[in-house]
Design a protein around this ligand. Structure first.
Ligand code: TA6
Length: 324
């Protein structure tokens, strides 16, 4: 059995899913029922199943994309996933929490470059899995197998840790081992599952200024929690605080804590854009809401030689009593 050493910096086996195969992944990184690797027939791709106490999360190895999170066996999924999601398709999977890196939206100079960077379609390798009393973690690294992209830097090391416990924590770490600074924008583009967007309030962005990507202008939010009643595509700058999503339909509130992030994106395509996108399913826009931990544009990161940058999202869910 050959071990595929993908990331020479650590010297540890960093197994790239498709090349390593399920048997080697499970032999090397499987952790009984806490971490198993499998081919998901519905998604038609390789995924990791993480289990801890009551929680269960599913992570696609392609793009290191968290796809599902059930905090308890009976809870509704906290993340929304397109009903047409297929890992075998040569297009980003809509849903879960894709990683947008090292740019957000269109590339600033290259119209041929993929939207939201190359990381979410890239090969990631499995570097470590750990199980403790309170959490199960999966550590993935951007694989050298992507070196063919013109935006690859041999001396920039990108890793991603998914930590499943009472909460779900997703942390992107970028290390600059070279002698040139690197500037990048990024987002942990989390699609939250809501019962009905009409019954949702977004708290924590009151009175904050934002750039409206639909109206192409800057505005200041009101002093009331945000309700989505039309297409919303907002980039709030200078926001480091947590955001709380109150869902009266599913009778729960989701708290999204951020670290290392100064931008917060709120997106719902609404009716017309959802139809144009074509992969949200019937009335899918009513069931999803993106709240994204980001550093975009004026909040972009400049990582100097020897620098380490971390950005993370931590999701927590609590039931609420509020009736619809
Ligand atoms: O985060 C909001 C946004 O930039 C929207 O403008 C919309 O394009 C969304 O991301 C989805 O982008 P994608 O490339 O995944 O379809």
């Amino acid at each position: 059995m050959t071990t595929v050493f993908d990331n020479v910096t650590t010297g540890r086996p960093c197994l790239v899913g498709p090349q390593a195969g399920l048997e080697q992944l499970n032999d090397t990184f499987g952790r009984l029922s806490a971490v198993t690797f499998a081919h998901d027939t519905q998604l038609d791709g390789m995924v990791a199943h993480l289990r801890a106490d009551q929680g269960h999360a599913i992570v696609a190895l392609r793009g290191a994309q968290v796809l599902q999170w059930h905090p308890t066996p009976t809870s509704q999924d906290v993340l929304w996933l397109s009903p047409t999601a297929k890992l075998s398709q040569e297009k980003p999977l809509r849903g879960g929490s894709p990683i947008c890196w090292p740019w957000f939206g269109a590339h600033p100079n290259d119209p041929a470059a993929p939207s939201h960077g190359f990381a979410r379609m890239a090969e990631w390798c499995v570097a470590a899995t750990t199980v403790s009393d309170d959490a199960t973690s999966l550590n993935l690294q951007l694989s050298k197998a992507n070196a063919q992209t013109p935006y690859w830097h041999d001396d920039i090391h990108v890793s991603y840790e998914i930590r499943l416990g009472q909460t779900l924590q997703m942390t992107l770490t970028v290390v600059n081992t070279g002698n040139q600074a690197l500037e990048f924008s990024e987002a942990l583009h989390t699609y939250l599952h809501v019962g009905d967007i009409a019954d949702v309030r977004i708290c924590g962005l009151e009175n904050k200024s934002y750039y409206d990507q639909v109206l192409k202008s800057r505005f200041k939010a009101t002093s009331s929690p945000l309700k989505i009643e039309e297409e919303a595509d907002r980039i709030y700058h200078g926001t480091h605080n947590a955001v709380r999503i109150e869902d009266d339909n599913l009778k729960r509130k989701i708290t999204l804590q951020k670290e290392g992030s100064a931008s917060t994106v709120v997106w719902n395509p609404w009716i017309d854009k959802a139809e144009r996108l074509g992969d949200l399913g019937p009335d899918g826009y009513r069931k999803m809401l993106c709240v994204e931990t980001a550093n975009i544009g004026e909040d972009a990161t400049l990582l100097k030689p020897g620098g380490v940058h971390r950005i993370s999202t931590t999701l927590a869910v609590e039931p609420t009593k509020r009736s619809r």
